[in-house]
Ligand binder design. Structure first.
Ligand code: NAD
Length: 510
């Protein structure tokens, strides 16, 4: 079937183990094929009643799931991992069709998400508590970590499988039940994941999906039965979710936007740097929160480095995500593409120099990016960007790589630390001392040393600093386990035949 012949599909919610049509079916959103711009589906947008139904199902499922043995929970996770792995090609195709990213990149996000499932399979070990014998005479103390209840995840368009998998494997392994509100722009991946959970033997109601927009998120944030909310998305919405959720008494972790800088010292291997900058700047069309969007080139390497980057960009193939020859696909929606492209005019107005113009990039099967139907913009390189200008400062979230020329390490460090965001950064150098100084001084949560996209492995925790994270805990790893559980300390005394007698003094340990 060609992409033009595919029927327009309808995407419903997943509540209590089954596809569930919306309470008010007239509230629907359009899902696009970004490669053509055609509508490929309609997604139900939840009203409060849909969210309430999902939360009620999750609440009803909680007591039995909380009491399921650790070994049983781990076994369900193992089965889910195997099913996801077996169906990864299908999942990647769904992602690519709605997001636009190339198939190999979609497979990569599924693989990184599955690493969190694999981490969560170790939940019996991760939930071990502490035990102290004889804290007082014949008294023992032990600590437990127990699940919270119903928890929710609200996720962005750019990783429709991986970002939800930063959250739900750990939450469910800890004994919680989960309501996912994925991005309404690419909702289908979450439905396949829900079906695979069921096939893996997860009881109905433990994992639910409600699609929707602000109305759905607001209901989750105020719902009295939702105990915690994990959010990943743009900074203004992350701030809003954090403030609203905490005002309603919930535990909230809200990850926001980013503007990631790569600092290139003059002793760096410039071929390695150019490869890294192109991979990290244009992979997934720059729609990654860990994308490198600014290269800080310390004199005198600027001209040579820009030449190497431009040469590599010229070899990239831009085309539909399902074409194996494509290196880079389209952007997610028309308005997003237009917003990203508008920064090219801003760049010129701010005195920067466009050295590769993505509007003129050839598109496979089309003409130029600007002239082809669909949401196209090719890789764009902007040189001589001024620190503090809009192109430097704003999160553009597209295939636009800025080069800022600087004269010293200190100047680069100041530029990075003056930026509002603090998600990821990288230094490229062969000087271990400079790298060590960088890792110490930089105010950013995830740091790469000769590694352009330093995404932590599942057994570490992911999260930025400053306006890239609202809340105290990062996602997955041990911080994820901590976020989805709360501590309890039990002090117990099993009497032997001796008795204590009445004593109104404050207990001391003798
Ligand atoms: P977004 O903030 O527009 O949407 C994220 C989620 O919030 C979606 O589920 C959306 O439906 C919901 N939402 C949108 N507007 C809302 C509102 N007014 N009130 C309540 N909920 C609302 O983000 P996006 O465009 O889907 O994703 C891209 C953004 O996500 C970028 O800023 C990117 O940096 C960020 N991101 C950050 C990380 C990270 O780890 N820090 C990871 C991935 C993406």
């Amino acid at each position: 079937m060609t992409r033009e012949e595919r029927p327009v599909k309808r995407i419903t919610h997943w509540i209590d183990g089954a596809e569930t049509a919306a309470a008010r079916p007239e509230r629907r959103g359009e899902v696009f094929d970004p490669a053509t711009g055609a509508v490929s589906g309609h997604v139900d947008l939840a009203a409060a009643a849909d969210v309430d139904a999902a939360v009620a199902a999750a609440k009803a499922a909680f007591p039995a799931w909380r009491d399921a043995s650790l070994v049983r929970r781990a076994q369900v996770l193992f089965r889910f991992r195997e099913l996801m792995y077996a169906r990864r090609g299908e999942l990647a195709a769904l992602i690519s069709a709605e997001h636009g990213k190339v198939h190999s990149d979609a497979l990569g996000e599924v693989a990184r998400g599955l690493e969190v499932v694999e981490f969560a399979c170790g939940i019996p070990h991760l939930l071990k508590g502490g035990f102290s014998e004889n804290v007082s005479t014949s008294v023992d103390s032990f600590s437990l970590r127990q699940p919270l209840g119903v928890v929710a995840g609200v996720t962005p368009f750019n990783f429709p499988a991986m970002v939800p998998m930063w959250m739900f494997p750990v939450a469910i392994a800890c004994g919680n039940t989960f309501v996912l509100k994925p991005s309404e722009r690419d909702p289908s991946a979450s439905m396949l994941m829900a079906a695979l959970w069921k096939e893996a033997g997860l009881p109905d109601g433990v994992f639910n999906v409600v699609h929707g927009d602000k109305a759905a998120v607001d209901r989750l944030l105020e719902h009295p039965d939702v105990r915690a909310v994990s959010f990943v998305g743009s900074t203004p919405i992350a701030r809003y979710v954090y403030e609203t959720g905490t005002r309603h008494g919930k535990r909230v972790q809200a990850l926001g936007g980013a503007k990631n800088h790569m600092l290139v010292l003059p002793d760096a291997d410039l071929d390695l740097v150019a490869d890294a900058a192109v991979n990290a700047g244009f992979g997934s069309a720059g729609e990654r929160c860990m994308a490198i969007s600014v290269v800080l080139a310390v004199d005198p390497v600027g001209d040579e480095l820009v030449g190497k980057i431009v040469e590599r960009v010229g070899r990239l193939t831009v085309g539909p995500g399902d074409d194996p020859a494509s290196d880079m696909g389209p952007l997610v929606t028309g308005p997003h593409r237009d917003k990203v492209a508008s920064y090219l005019d801003t760049a010129v107005a701010e005195g920067a120099k466009i050295v590769v113009d993505g509007r003129e990039t050839p598109v496979k099967g089309g003409t130029t990016a600007a002239g082809t139907p669909g949401f196209w913009l090719g890789p764009t390189v902007v040189d001589q960007v001024a620190p503090g200008s809009a192109v430097h400062r704003d999160e553009i979230f597209g295939p636009v790589l800025s080069i800022v020329r600087i004269s010293s390490y200190e100047e680069g460090m100041k530029i990075i630390n003056d930026v509002e965001y603090g998600n990821g950064t990288a230094i490229f150098t062969n000087d271990g001392g400079a790298a060590r100084r960088f890792q110490n001084e930089v105010e950013v949560g995830m740091v790469g040393i000769n590694v352009p996209i330093p995404v932590p492995m599942a057994f570490y925790s992911f999260g930025g600093w400053k306006a890239s994270l609202f809340g105290d805990t990062h996602v997955h790893g041990t911080e994820g386990v901590h976020f989805y559980t709360r501590g309890k300390v039990v002090t117990s005394r099993w009497l032997d035949p001796s008795h204590g007698g009445v004593n109104l003094g404050f207990p001391t340990n003798g």
